[in-house]
Design a protein around this ligand. Sequence first.
Ligand code: ADP
Ligand code: MG
Length: 409
Amino acid sequence: MNLQAHPDSLARALDEFRRQFGGEPRIFRAPGRVNLIGGHLDYNEGWVLPIAIDRSCYVLVRRRNDRVLRVHSAHFNETLEFCPGDSRPSSHHWSTYVRGVAWSLAREVPALPGANLLIESEVPLGSGLSSSAALEVAVGFALLSLAEAKIDPVVLALACQRAENEYVGMRCGIMDQFAACFGRRGCALLIDCRTLAVEPLPIDETRVRVVVANTMVKHALASSEYNIRRRECEEAAARARQSRPSLRTLRDVSWPEIESESRAWPENLRRRARHVTTEISRVKDAVRALRASDFASLGRLMSESHESLDADYQVTSPELNSMVAIARGLPGVLGARMTGGGFGGCTVNLVLAEHAESFASALAHAYEAETRHRPDVTICRASDGACEIEPWKNSRQSAGGSPAARSLS
Ligand code: ADP
Ligand code: MG
């Protein structure tokens, strides 16, 4: 097998697979993502604008003759075995995500075969780049492929979301799984989280680059506060619905429409509603800006989004605010905001291409000097979504020596 074109992580994973399980696996990958704008809008049925990033979760897989799933995570250096029908573990162990996908897919494909799986990921865990959806989609794609089932990317994304919502207990929206499935090289994805329509919008990476900066700090309340924000949005929508029976979510109103009535609401609900409704307007403006390659406006809207997530949605952290404040003082930056659920994790920065390298190193230095945390700052490329990698094929059809890939969407 020719692995010259592959990242070290994949070569390591292949060695580990042979050692743990023996034989030659099939290899599937799904990317992490970063959202340019549209923070906390997916579960409000709004619009979001993520890119799939060039960091992936790899699942190496080989069919077994029984129904057992035996799974090794290189990150945790741990191997576990279970059957699809086994009772649900109570803890939030990493294997819950894998079990959840098998549980969820069993509704689509009742006779999932047993398999040995090895998981290796370049997506940092719990940093807001969606290592969880990358894992779910790569595992789901692998299991469906082994079962020789038809793979509809919408069905796969929804099955993975159901796994995270109902099995893991994290009430995430659909953005992460959609970005992992539908990512497109050189493009942001405009996702309508109500209709599930996806439109790739090209980003001219010769003019601007997306720089992701990991604060390396994650506060423990991230997942509990996420579920609280969801509930608050539902409560705000219920209040707005009293005079608008057809309203389903906060997507169905604008801020000017509810500004005066929301003065009578509890302050937290008013703030959440103001963030959601104004963020929806910002995404629409951002899409117009991106279509016109007006990157200055896109960057400005990203920065406004951060202010709203800080003041109204209250999901930032001191470290995220420091990273954003430092970024805004550096040459070439057009916009900076937190990305993901918040309370730590990563920021996303839109930077003029010629400044991207110097921006990344200056940001890393200044943030470390200020906080004593050494950040991970990466210039990302917008990448393709989930695919099977076939390293033994000579990949003449793909540029840059990258492996041949059978794509999902
Ligand atoms: P994010 O999706 O932003 O990275 P989450 O808290 O949603 O953060 O998901 C992180 C969780 O996903 C991890 O704690 C772990 O349970 C699971 N996970 C992600 N990647 C891996 C991996 N390579 N091996 C095992 N579990 C993983
Ligand atoms: Mg996640």
